[in-house]
Design a protein around this ligand. Sequence first.
Ligand code: SF4
Ligand code: SF4
Length: 67
Amino acid sequence: MKRVVFNEDKCKACELCVVTCPRKIIRMADRINALGFRPAEVSDQEKCTSCTLCARMCPHVVIEVFR
Ligand code: SF4
Ligand code: SF4
């Protein structure tokens, strides 16, 4: 089950979530989103602890965390 969902077309690639994640499972994807940025994505949902730090850090409210 997915714990973290990115509304990736709203991502502006600031990478704050990448540096914030304690599990280091967020990375920038190899594709371009609707805004012309490489969006953030989660590499391994199984390692996510649903800590919500990434969602609270994102200035563009891209990330939703489920528990
Ligand atoms: S909820 Fe926490 S562990 Fe999961 S991706 Fe976000 S920062 Fe990382
Ligand atoms: S913090 Fe938000 S806008 Fe910045 S890279 Fe992560 S998802 Fe994208």
